[in-house]
Each structure stands twice: as structure tokens, then as C-alpha cells.
Write a protein that binds this ligand. Structure first.
Ligand code: VGL
Ligand code: ZN
Length: 188
């Protein structure tokens, strides 16, 4: 069984937010178009306390309960079965959705019978990267949907390098079109 994992598609990571990812909002329609192909859809939220060591590295963003921490308003939430909260402590970055503090994600996925994870969202070079590498370590067949992710690119090329690193670690890079095609072949 496969699951769609949406990483941090929150207002603060989109244009106009506190830590905007260039074209961050461009992933929203792509992710929306994928949801119906998956029996299980999960989404993570970066969910920081107002004071955290994380804000020594980054401008304050995604503070628990603030508008910046909400999902992008166009993201379809009706299909999201579980929200994973991460970066919730004062001393952790919580880049990976597998560091969620409200659910043990790896255990949850195994309980649900999930063997394949399709990863989308923000940002390619931080939370998508960390989540993908953890998913591989946990033994899931892990896909990264390349047109459903965007990078911060603190240094030019960070996003491309992250994709290459994930691929070398065993991730399969796939386009959203190919995800949809594969699904149509199964259930026309
Ligand atoms: C992220 C930087 C800081 C991310 C979160 O979601 O990729 N990046 N916090
Ligand atoms: Zn953060």
C-alpha cells in the first residue's frame, strides 16, 4: 500500500510568508491533483514554539497556532487523514516528518500496511530531504515527486544537489504525471 506525504505546505513557506520558498505555492495544485490517487494522505506541519534554538538559524516561522503555520489556503485538506507536528521543542530543528512528536510516523505507517511513500512539499533541501532520507532508513520504498517540491536554495543549486543526494540514497525521482498515469493504469 502507498501513501502520499505532504511536507510543510504552510503559509510561512509560501510567497509573502516569513521564510518564503521561491515558487513554494506552485506545489499546491500539483499536490491537490495527486490526492485522489492515494488511499492514505498525510501532511506534516513545522510547528515551532515562539522561542527555539531553530530561530538562531532561521527567521521565526511556523509558530504554533499562528496564521503562518496554517496550511496554504488552496491546499485540499479534506483528504488529509493525519497531521504530523514537528520541530515542536525548544531545542530541536525537527526537519524530518519522522521526528513528529504527536505520532511515531514510522510505526504508524507500518501499522497501516504502507510500503511505498510518495513525498511532496517544502522544502526540497531541508524538510523534504530529511524526511526522504529517514523514510529510506526506515525501509520504505520512497519516491520524490519532482514537480511537487521546491527548494529554499540558500546557496544556488542546493535543491538540485539535495535531489541527487536523495536519489543516491535510494529514492526514486518521479513526475506527478507519471504518478497519475501509473494510477490510471490500475484504476481507469
Ligand atoms: C524548513 C527551514 C526551517 C522546511 C523548516 O520545511 O524545509 N526549512 N524550517
Ligand atoms: Zn522550521
Amino acid at each position: 500500500m502507498k501513501a502520499l506525504l505532504i511536507v510543510d505546505v504552510q503559509n510561512d513557506f509560501c510567497p509573502g510568508g516569513a521564510l518564503p520558498v521561491p515558487e513554494g505555492d506552485a506545489v499546491v495544485p500539483v499536490i491537490n491533483s495527486l490526492m485522489d490517487a492515494f488511499p492514505l494522505v498525510l501532511a506534516s506541519k513545522d510547528w515551532h514554539p515562539p522561542q527555539t534554538v531553530h530561530f538562531e538559524k532561521w527567521p521565526p516561522h511556523c509558530v504554533q497556532g499562528t496564521p503562518g503555520a496554517e496550511f496554504h489556503p488552496q491546499l485540499r485538506t479534506d483528504k488529509i487523514q493525519l497531521v504530523l507536528l514537528k520541530g515542536t521543542g525548544n531545542r530541536d530543528d525537527g526537519y524530518s516528518a519522522f521526528e513528529a512528536t504527536n505520532v511515531n510516523l514510522a510505526e504508524y505507517l507500518r501499522q497501516q500496511g504502507v510500503t511505498e511513500l510518495y513525498i511532496t512539499g517544502l522544502a526540497t533541501d531541508y524538510c523534504v530531504r530529511a524526511t526522504t532520507l529517514d523514510a529510506l532508513r526506515e525501509g520504505f520504498r520512497t519516491y520524490v515527486v519532482t514537480d511537487a517540491v521546491r527548494a529554499v536554495n540558500v546557496n544556488p543549486g542546493d535543491g538540485e544537489r539535495a535531489l541527487q543526494e536523495m536519489q543516491e540514497a535510494g529514492a526514486i525521482l518521479i513526475s506527478s504525471e507519471d504518478v497519475r498515469k501509473a494510477q490510471e493504469a490500475v484504476a481507469p
